[in-house]
Design a binder for this molecule. Structure first.
Ligand SMILES: [Zn+2]
Length: 245
């Protein structure tokens, strides 16, 4: 056997062992994410890019598909054009949402890994909620996995997604009333990880994080600034360098 053949054989053997072990480890650490990535191999039905359990009523499937289209148009309007093409998983039952979405009670969420997977629960059948999730997928699409995952602070990612999310209970009027006329705002720029932003604090505090992030990004945003921020980050700058202190 030539040296080259020997090395190739060894590499193949290592891969044969490493790939299944890593896949299993990924499943154990991120079960919902892994199942979503493998959704095309599940027993779910498919209509366009939407996957759903085969006992989902057809009118629900149609409604979700219509909302996805409207939401995608809204996101395209904000960004100039929509470049992302996520897969959508609708979970009619709580049980399915726990399997594909999250064990926590959130209406919808986006898994970002090997593409974007938007998982929508029964409570997530809402134009604002779906537009919010597509906005996350669009930002990820423009930055790539590494930059989106490791460079973007959670407050900015959520604040940006909130620009496409007009839910009343996150409005500026609500924020004004709940923060004593903007005097008691959370220091959101310190909330860099998803855990800090989404999980630490009471439900009320977390809602304030979303409203404040939304206002912060709104006051900063112009299309030119957002395009430049993405360009700078893709060219290797850190978020702080690109955003400016
Ligand atoms: Zn979000």
């Amino acid at each position: 056997m030539t040296k080259f053949k020997k090395i190739s054989k060894r590499i193949a053997l290592v891969l044969l062992i490493v790939i299944p072990i890593s896949a299993l480890a990924h499943f154990i650490i991120f079960p919902q994410q892994t199942r979503s990535i493998l959704i095309s191999y599940s027993g779910f039905n498919k209509d366009g890019r939407l996957y759903f359990n085969n006992n989902t009523p057809q009118n629900k499937v149609d409604t979700v598909n219509q909302l996805i289209e409207l939401a995608a148009n809204r996101v395209a309007g904000f960004w100039g054009q929509k470049t992302c093409n996520p897969k959508y998983i609708y979970c009619e039952s709580e049980e399915d949402f726990k399997k594909y979405g999250s064990p926590y009670s959130v209406p919808a969420l986006t898994h970002i890994k090997l593409g974007a997977y938007i998982v929508i629960s029964n409570e997530g059948i809402d134009l604002d909620i779906i537009a919010h999730e597509i906005a996350h997928a669009e930002f990820y699409e423009r930055l790539g996995f590494y930059n989106w995952s490791f460079k973007i602070p959670s407050w900015f990612d959520e604040g940006l997604a909130m620009q496409n999310d007009n839910r009343d209970y996150y409005s500026e009027d609500t924020l004004k009333a709940r923060s004593n006329n903007y005097k008691n705002l959370p220091d959101i720029k310190k909330l860099k990880s998803g855990k800090q932003f989404n999980e630490e604090g009471t439900h009320e505090q977390i809602m304030l994080n979303f409203m404040t992030a939304r206002l912060e990004v709104k006051n900063w945003y112009t299309k030119e600034k957002l395009d430049k921020l993405i360009k700078d980050i893709n060219a290797g700058k850190s978020f702080d360098e690109a955003f400016g202190k």
